[in-house]
Ligand binder design. Structure first.
Ligand SMILES: Cc1cc2nc3c(=O)[nH]c(=O)nc-3n(C[C@H](O)[C@H](O)[C@H](O)COP(=O)(O)OP(=O)(O)OC[C@H]3O[C@@H](n4cnc5c(N)ncnc54)[C@H](O)[C@@H]3O)c2cc1C
Length: 444
């Protein structure tokens, strides 16, 4: 039996612990935070995430998908809120397809509880990883409560300790390890739309709400308790920015002018604006994701991306299902398994990082644009008639298991085909014609 050590019991680490246990390994999981098993998240303030097909696949493997479905809200499309209050709806995929709003804390807690069901899993909380000896496979921890230092050895170390990973920091000191970190000029702030008095939602809970405004945007995802978690994506500096909104009057004037229909739904807007931090957004890339047969990076520690495709956690969960597939293929040949994992996953991590950045522009700028919506309508028509020839990029990323790198490449080809179609002067009148359809199909 191999002794696996998982550093970080966040979303990816706790799921990976379940899969390792299912494969029969002895698993020790460490996290610098306290034990969240006894925390009741539902009903309290909750931050949610959009979960889609790649994530569901890994949750199925872990045997926890139904449990998570029970605490999630399907969102079948986006609702765009224009400045004048008009709302347009755009379905995300085909009939029956949806992304799901899931409470982050409760999801993490359920995954940890699932891991704890296995006799071969030991959980250690309040233990901060401080160093790793990559050659020996030993990890040093500091007990946050007692200050005591502990060193423990393992056959494999999984670095699932998030964007500012201590495991990756150690790999950065090894030869030929590439690393880059890039902050966006924009950050985010979480706000809240509370439930109605009877606990119902103030807007359609089965849609992801977007207020696209060019340089910035507001989004809202429903929570089970009737509230919505609202996120403002906004520049840190500049004419209209976190820095420039420096008085209550300026904050209120900005919201009333820009997000007029949202303001009456947010009675604690000013309080939330002041109390919640303006958090930064970072893109982290590195390569390789392994150190020989000893260390493997997974989740945000290997690929932190911006949240605009709702794929950060989903790609991390896909790391886990890919780990499972390769474990079946390579058995206990860890050197071959870790090498292939890094070679297969790293280009896909890069691709979803690019796609996520690209989608920021689409969300904050284009979803409110009539020509953009027409383009999507044409693609949807082609998709419904020729599903084996054309799958829209959003569907490939969100509803399929096509490798992200392939989705990015196919998406670029589709863009090349659609650009001249959209440039036709009569496209608004002719979009549904056989001629337009033939022009697209002849390119495929
Ligand atoms: C605003 C925002 C919105 C998002 N929305 C979505 C979404 O809709 N859909 C989606 O798929 N993704 C989304 N994401 C991305 C998602 O949150 C991350 O991809 C996901 O949390 C990564 O999981 P992880 O387990 O790799 O890292 P984390 O969740 O960061 O977990 C890391 C764990 O490691 C522990 N740790 C850290 N350092 C140490 C140490 N030195 N020693 C021991 N333990 C340590 C931490 O305590 C933590 O428990 C969003 C991100 C942001 C910022």
């Amino acid at each position: 039996m191999e002794k696996a050590l998982v550093v970080g019991a966040g979303l990816v680490g706790s799921l990976q612990a379940v899969l390792l246990a299912k494969k029969g390994h002895q698993v020790d999981v460490y996290d610098r935070r306290g034990d969240i098993r006894n925390v009741e998240f539902i009903g309290g303030r909750s931050i949610n995430l959009a979960l889609s097909n790649r994530g569901w696949k890994a949750l199925e493997l872990a045997g926890i998908a139904q449990d998570i479905k029970d605490i999630s809200i399907p969102m079948t499309g986006r609702k765009m809120h224009a400045v004048n209050g008009d709302i347009t709806y755009q379905a995300y995929g085909k009939e029956g397809e949806a992304i799901y709003s899931v409470p982050r804390g409760e999801l993490n807690r359920k995954l940890i509880l699932k891991a704890a069901e296995h006799e071969n899993v030991n959980l250690h909380f309040d233990m901060k990883c401080t160093d790793i000896d990559v050659k020996k496979g030993s990890v040093s921890f500091e007990d946050a409560k007692s200050g005591e230092k502990v060193i423990t050895e393992a056959t494999q170390i999984y670095g699932t300790d998030g964007a500012f990973s201590s495991v990756r920091a150690r790999l950065q000191k090894t030869d030929r390890f590439n690393y880059s970190q890039e902050y966006l000029r924009h950050g985010y702030k979480e706000l809240i739309i509370p439930a109605n008095e009877d606990g119902s939602h103030k807007m359609d809970k089965n849609a992801l709400h977007i207020w696209p405004r060019g340089e910035f945007m507001l989004i809202a995802l429903a929570n089970l308790d009737g509230s919505f978690t609202v996120t403002l994506f906004f520049p840190f500096e500049g004419e209209t920015s976190f820095a420039s909104l420096d008085t209550d009057a300026k904050i209120l004037a900005f919201f009333e002018e820009t997000f007029a229909d949202a303001v009456p739904l947010m009675p604690t807007l000013l309080k939330d604006y002041h109390e919640n931090p303006s958090a930064s957004l970072v893109i982290i890339r590195c390569d390789p994701w392994n150190y020989e047969d000893k260390v493997l990076l997974m989740g945000d520690s290997a690929h932190a991306i911006v949240p605009f495709y709702g794929q950060g956690m989903n790609s991390g969960f896909e790391d886990c299902s890919e780990w499972w597939r390769l474990a079946e293929k390579h058995g206990d040949n860890w050197a071959a398994m870790f090498k292939e994992f890094s070679e297969v996953r790293q280009p896909n991590g890069d691709a979803i990082a690019d796609l996520a950045l690209q989608n920021y522009i689409e969300m904050r700028d284009l979803v409110g644009d009539e020509m953009f919506l027409l383009r999507k309508k044409i693609e949807k028509k082609i998709y419904s008639k020729y599903p084996d020839k054309w799958v829209p990029l959003y569907s490939m990323v969100t509803f399929s298991h096509t490798a992200y790198a392939d989705a990015l490449a196919i998406g670029k080809k589709q863009e090349k085909i659609m650009d001249p179609i959209m440039a036709r002067t009569d496209i608004v009148q002719t979009w549904d014609s056989d001629e337009v359809e033939d022009a697209i199909m002849s390119q495929l």
